[in-house]
Design a binder for this molecule. Structure first.
Ligand code: FES
Length: 383
């Protein structure tokens, strides 16, 4: 009797499988999967179609790809670059508008050359039109969110920190959104302003760009000095969400200035700061034993550089995007060893902390270590 029942069950399983297979093949297209792929295509390949100097130190780079998804204004693209023998990633805010980017299948970013900037030097000098770039588009949380943010935005930017606001302002103009944005843009000199014609073109009934120059430029309409409490007060309306984007020094200064104003600091949002190095007086080197599947490698890491940077310098690629501790892509497991994570960069979940997972872009070694990493599948596919 038992055998008879078993045979019956097996027959039913096989019948069920055949029915499911038949019904799936009768569907012409999986619409849910295709919508999901449009919104979150993951890693896509693009081709550089133009590179244009837009200030003394900045280049605007347009990258075309048939897979550009519809992203939120203010989000960033993570470019995955092979420079010499190193594979690394960098996050750049997208300056093109979401709708135009989606329809015309390109994104634009602005790269600023930094002193000792390994990647920025590559983007500003070595990258050529027609070069291929792999990237993830539409990442990050520094975006305008109608359910959370007010209809009035005061966007405070320092130098190239203006880029996410350019995309937000374009989006407001293009879709005629019921949102008003004033961009207070601080620069040292007139010559430092990024893409002035582009910034001028943003001004509309809903968008206003106000320049604040440290050094006055003859016949140029601007505020003069630093963006401080008195300048912010002049442009602050009631019921406003404040977004701040720029270098760390400027954000620290603004935190103090904003606290002088009678306002709710919960309405102030700061962009995340990519990091990778620590200011350390006594440089030390540690050994890190890295387990990659069955392979074990030993690398030297400085106490002043993040574990992610140490891995990349040793040609071990770890998936990364924000490089500021926020996204969690660079997560890996510590088997042994001491490490430092600054409180402001520690965005790990409680369970990850308990299980000794770290975000390697914001973790610095304090002793010899043993870690376990996953190699992203796209690298394995390539090889
Ligand atoms: S790259 Fe985003 S947390 Fe490290």
């Amino acid at each position: 009797m038992k055998i008879k029942n078993l045979l019956k069950t097996l027959k039913n399983i096989s019948l069920r499988r055949k029915t499911i297979k038949k019904s799936c093949s009768s569907l012409e297209k999986d619409y849910i999967a295709s919508i999901n792929k449009n919104l979150h295509p993951g890693l896509i390949t693009g081709k550089v179609s133009s590179i244009e100097a837009v200030s003394k130190a900045c280049k605007k780079i347009r990258i075309e790809s048939k897979d550009v998804p519809l992203f939120k204004a203010g989000s960033y693209a993570s470019l995955i670059l092979k420079i010499e023998n190193t594979i690394t990633s960098r996050a750049y805010s997208i300056v093109s508008s979401p709708l135009t980017s989606y329809k015309e299948k390109y994104i634009e970013i602005i790269a600023k050359e930094k002193a000792d900037g390994f990647v920025s030097a590559y983007l500003c000098h070595d990258l050529k039109v027609d070069d291929e770039i792999r990237m993830e588009v539409g990442l990050g949380n520094f975006v305008y969110e109608p359910l959370r943010d007010k209809n009035n935005i005061l966007a405070i930017a320092g130098g190239s920190g203006v880029t996410p606001f350019v995309s937000i302002a374009k989006d407001i103009n293009e879709r005629n959104l019921d949102v008003n944005i004033t961009i207070l843009l601080g620069d040292k000199n007139y010559e430092d302003i990024i893409d002035l014609p582009l910034l001028d073109s943003l001004n509309s009934k809903r968008v206003r760009v106000v320049h604040v120059l440290e050094n006055k430029y003859p016949s140029f309409n601007s505020e003069v000095g630093f963006i401080d409490a008195s300048i912010i007060k002049k442009y602050l309306k009631e019921d406003t969400s404040i977004f701040v984007s720029g270098p760390k020094g400027m954000k620290d200064y603004l935190k103090k200035e904003l606290s002088k104003l009678p306002m709710d600091m919960r309405k102030v949002r700061f962009d995340v700061e990519p990091t990778g190095t620590l200011d350390i007086q006594e440089e030390k080197f540690y050994n890190i034993e890295v387990h990659i599947g069955l392979e074990v490698r030993n690398i030297k890491a400085k106490n002043s550089e993040s574990i992610l940077v140490a891995l990349e310098r040793n040609n071990i690629y770890v998936h990364s995007a924000c490089r500021s501790g926020e996204c969690g892509f660079c997560r890996l497991k510590v088997i042994k060893g001491e490490y430092l994570i600054r409180e402001e960069n520690d965005h790990r979940r409680y369970s990850d902390k308990e299980a000794c997972y770290i975000h390697s872009c914001v973790t610095y070694p304090l002793s010899d270590m043993v870690v376990k990493v996953n190699i992203p599948s796209f690298l394995n596919e390539e090889e």
